[in-house]
Structure formats: structure tokens, C-alpha cells
Design a protein around this ligand. Structure first.
Ligand code: SF4
Length: 333
């Protein structure tokens, strides 16, 4: 690595089969960055432990996610793709970083308060230390760039503060302050037309679903709430189905829906069927690649192991420097 414009790191929790929100909001971005940057993409399974009550399905979820990432175009030769827990050095760095993070800083973070509200029965230490582990993810590889949407910006700023505190405390420059790559993350609403697409809200459309399932999900999509009857004119500007048309349909159909919806020239059923057709067509190549990958999961696992091997090499070097900077007694490697 180190031949391109910089080193990018990004991680995502293993949520299993990916949906359109994941694809348009993150994965496509990951794929695009590969041509200009050295990229490290991590399936952050340890992060998942902070909120799950059971680990049943965790391994499967990691594999399903890897299959979708690869099918979407993440190239494991070009980029490092791995599972977070396969590089245990991240836990060590997390502990060492935690020494320079004031407790109040963590309890004050809005994301912590939000998580406590969402999981009042499971407020664990890991949840509190989550942003420190996230910092360790980035700093372990000395990533220079982190692609984040605006809502994630405070997390990155937290990481930058950790770097400054650590480097100041130990009089070193060993940790690198990552820069935010302001990226246009497409926010995709779920089938309810109100909330961000999310598995937990059961409003998702999986990218690797079959055509029939996709069409069924599309048919459940909420449309312009003011359009109660087929004969009522609609307003595509407030309809999530139209947003999807704009992402997946050819311009002539976008124009047609924009025009005909307003004069009740097209009904919502036909409009959705048309959108599902275009959505299925645009996902067809990805789905074909995924079907092929599903027949060789052993090879996918090997790719994840290779990614972890490469990541561990970088991590080992960083940890040697970090331990030295702190002044920890050396041990025989
Ligand atoms: S016709 Fe299409 S754009 Fe208009 S309200 Fe129905 S689903 Fe939405």
C-alpha cells in the first residue's frame, strides 16, 4: 500500500445481507474510492457486541456482508477487506488510548446517550468505550482519510482529539490525525417513506433479494399520503417511490411519472411495478456476481483471512511504535 493519494479506513457493523441504504449510502462509495486511494474496509464485529444480546448468527452476518461487498465491487486484491476481530491489536490500542480519554467526554457524547436510551437494559462498558474502539480502528492503520457523512463528523473529531491528547501526553507524533473526507452519502428512506432504511425497522429492500421479493417489497412502499384514490392527482415530490425512480429509472420514465402522477395519469400500482422493474434490472449484475460468490464461500473466507494478514502487518508496526512512545517495557517479539 501507499502508492495512491492516501490511506482510507472505513468500517461497518456486520448487519448481514445488505440493503439499498447500505449500497447507496456506503458501499458504492467504498468501491469508488478504491481507484484513487489505498483502502482498508473492516467488518467491525467487536462493535456489534456492544449492543447485541446474542452472538447467534454473527459469523453468518459477517459472511453475508462480505458477499454483498464483494459482489458490489470491493476488490480484495486492491483493498484490504477483513473482519475486525481478526486483528486483535485493535483491542490493545483501544485500552492504551482509553488512558487519555476523559470519562466525561464519553458520557457526554450524544451517541452514547442515544444508545443508552435505545438499550437501557444493556448499558455496558463497551458501549461507553465504543468511540475509543472506533478511534483505535482508524489509528491502528494510520489512516489519513475517513469517509464520513455529516452525522458521523463528531466521531471523527473525537478521534482527532484522541490523537492530539495521546501525542501530547507521550511527546510523540506516532499517531496520525485523520482527515474527514466529506462524502455525499445518499440517505435512502425505507419502504415506510419516513425513516432511514434499516433492517431493525423492517423497512429495507435487500440488494441481493430475488426479483419477485424485491417487487413485493416495492409494492408495500408508502406513496404520497394525500393520494387516497387512483383518480386523485399525486405529488411525486413527496413520494419515496419517485425518489427511487430518480435513482434507478431511465430519464424518460422519470419524466413520465413526474408528469402523469400529477394528473392521475398513472396509478401507484403501475408506478411501483415500473420502478421495481428498473430496480431489478440495475441490480441484476450485482446479484449474478453474488450468486457466483455464494458457491465459493471458502474462497471468500480466504480473502478475508488474507486481508487480516495484511492488516495485522500494519497493526504490528503501529503497536511497536505506540508501546515505545508510551515507554512500556519491551518484550521479546
Ligand atoms: S404515482 Fe408514483 S410517484 Fe405518484 S404517488 Fe403514486 S407511487 Fe408516488
Amino acid at each position: 500500500m501507499k502508492n495512491k493519494k492516501g490511506l482510507v479506513f472505513s468500517g461497518a457493523r456486520p448487519t448481514g445481507r445488505q440493503h439499498l441504504g447500505n449500497l447507496l449510502g456506503a458501499i458504492q462509495n467504498y468501491v469508488a474510492l478504491q481507484s484513487e486511494y489505498d483502502c482498508i474496509y473492516s467488518i467491525v464485529d467487536i462493535h456489534a457486541l456492544t449492543t447485541v444480546e446474542t452472538t447467534a448468527g454473527l459469523r453468518e452476518n459477517c459472511m453475508e456482508m462480505a458477499l454483498d461487498w464483494l459482489a458490489a465491487g470491493i476488490d480484495p486484491e486492491q483493498s484490504i477487506m477483513f473482519i475486525q476481530s481478526h486483528v486483535p491489536q485493535v483491542m490493545e490500542l483501544h485500552t492504551l488510548l482509553s488512558m487519555v480519554v476523559p470519562m466525561g467526554k464519553l458520557t457526554d457524547l450524544p451517541t452514547f446517550k442515544e444508545k443508552v436510551r435505545m438499550h437501557p437494559q444493556n448499558v455496558n462498558y463497551g458501549l461507553l468505550g465504543y468511540p475509543v474502539l472506533m478511534s483505535a480502528d482508524i489509528l491502528l492503520y494510520k489512516a489519513e482519510i475517513v469517509p464520513v457523512g455529516i452525522d458521523q463528523a463528531p466521531h471523527l473529531e473525537f478521534t482527532r482529539e484522541v490523537v492530539r491528547s495521546f501525542n501530547y501526553r507521550y511527546g510523540t507524533q506516532v499517531l496520525v490525525e485523520p482527515q474527514m473526507k466529506g462524502t455525499k452519502f445518499t440517505k435512502v428512506l425505507g419502504t415506510d417513506g419516513v425513516n432511514k432504511m434499516s433492517k431493525s425497522l423492517d423497512n429495507e429492500i435487500e440488494i441481493a433479494a430475488d426479483e419477485e421479493t424485491t417487487q413485493k417489497r416495492v409494492m408495500t412502499m408508502v406513496t404520497d399520503p394525500a393520494r387516497l384514490r387512483r383518480s386523485d392527482p399525486g405529488n411525486p415530490d413527496v413520494c419515496n417511490v419517485f425518489s427511487f425512480h430518480k435513482m434507478f429509472s431511465p430519464q424518460e420514465d422519470i419524466d413520465m411519472v413526474d408528469r402523469e402522477c400529477r394528473v392521475a395519469g398513472i396509478g401507484c400500482v403501475d408506478c411501483k411495478k415500473l420502478m421495481a422493474k428498473h430496480l431489478n434490472a440495475s441490480l441484476a449484475p450485482l446479484r449474478e456476481r453474488r450468486r457466483e460468490l455464494e458457491t465459493k464461500t471458502d474462497q471468500v473466507l480466504e480473502q478475508l483471512y488474507d486481508g487480516a494478514d495484511r492488516a495485522r502487518k500494519i497493526a504490528d508496526q503501529t503497536m511497536r511504535e505506540v508501546r515505545d512512545a508510551i515507554g512500556l517495557p519491551r518484550y521479546r517479539a
